[in-house]
Write a protein that binds this ligand. Sequence first.
Ligand SMILES: *Cc1c(COP(=O)(O)O)cnc(C)c1O
Length: 466
Amino acid sequence: MDILLGSPRVEPFFSMIGRESVKSILTEALDSERKELLDGRSEHTSSESVLARALPLLERRGANSLLPVINATGVVVHTNLGRSCLAEEAAQAVLAAARCYSTLEFNLEEGKRGRRTDHVEWLLRRVTGAEAGLVVNNNAGAVLLSLAALCQGKEVIVSRGELVEIGGSFRIPEIMAFSGVRLVEVGATNRTHLRDYANAVTENTAALLKVHPSNFRMEGFVSSAPREELASLAKERGLHFIEDLGSGTLLDFSRCGLFGEPTVRDCLEQGVHLVTFSGDKMLGGPQIGAVAGKKQLVDALRSYPLHRALRVDKMTLAAFEATLRLYLRGEEKRIPTVSMLFAESDSLKLRAESLLEALRSSFPNGRFTLTEVQDAVGGGAFPAEQLSGWGVSVSLVEWGSAGRVQRLLRRAQPPVVAGACENETVLHVRTLLPGDEDRILEAFRSAEKMAFSGNLEESATKRERG
Ligand SMILES: *Cc1c(COP(=O)(O)O)cnc(C)c1O
């Protein structure tokens, strides 16, 4: 251990992660080295071979883990890549709120305590037309809070076609159980009628719940009860009518060829009492769970103890306020998610052409082709709709297979996550941010170095440190 700790190759890591962490990583490497010797899987050992084990790990632990990447997949609300990128206004607001004291829970006029969600509630009412609004940590939390606060110990009726799993273990039946609500399933997988709901109402029923099927679509012999009819049933029987809208758009996206997605305002106008939706899906803001609806119900959520456990952070509130203000001013195209969704095919083609030219002139040995591509909304909205877009398909035989090219690009500096289509690497331009073209060239240059340096792992981490 003394020899290892004294190695000049280990020394730089002391200032990065601290001596104790370095030591524990070296201990791990020593242990596995020792185990291999005892198991007879290796014959001898040396400080060199222990270092060879430990260095990649030290490199990995020494570098930041949550890193910016370039999304060239064409999936706009990419769940694994952080869903939405904030508008510049929202990012600035986050910085301001993060760096200094703020009016988070303080009313400047009265010099008294204020309410932290006041900053966005008026805006939420304006952009949705709701009587009242509330925000919590995320939409899963909003659904949980709504069910627990309004329906605990009672029955909630849901269509069998809407008992969905969203991913990340958010499943409607489980969320309902966790909220202390008894799930009453009605209808069939493909068809649920108003009478199915009506027949299931008992004196223990608290609400009708409608859930956006998000990431899947049923086609063929399907039907569901219209919102207006469910609203009249709820009114007649004195029930709440709650909708988990998932992505929750504030804009009509039919202009860009996406049909059939109601806005939050549409749902409320069609009689839903309480709508919950995400802030970082098609809305294009930070991760948040928004609730819009009747004042009496929102007030009940606000005073329910679970609300405190789902409280929103100040940076998130700042980002959400700035994002909603863009909607209020009609400047929603400044929100990257919105502008990517509305991007026109012609402008995407121009962008792809200029990326193509830049790549061709920098990498004459590669084969680059302009390609029509299918992009996607992602984040569970419009699963069946494809957005037609443009991209550059990449073939660099000298670097190896398409899989290797993609791996090199992922480990490049900056990392690029590209799309793949029939064994080709495709860079979709829809999801590129301004300036990403230059960063892609930079990434290709760094990937090229790795491609010929033999050891992918080691050269990747070396440059991360640089
Ligand atoms: C995405 C989604 C959720 C979860 O929202 P988060 O903001 O990720 O917590 C819940 N319900 C539906 C229908 C969704 O699409």
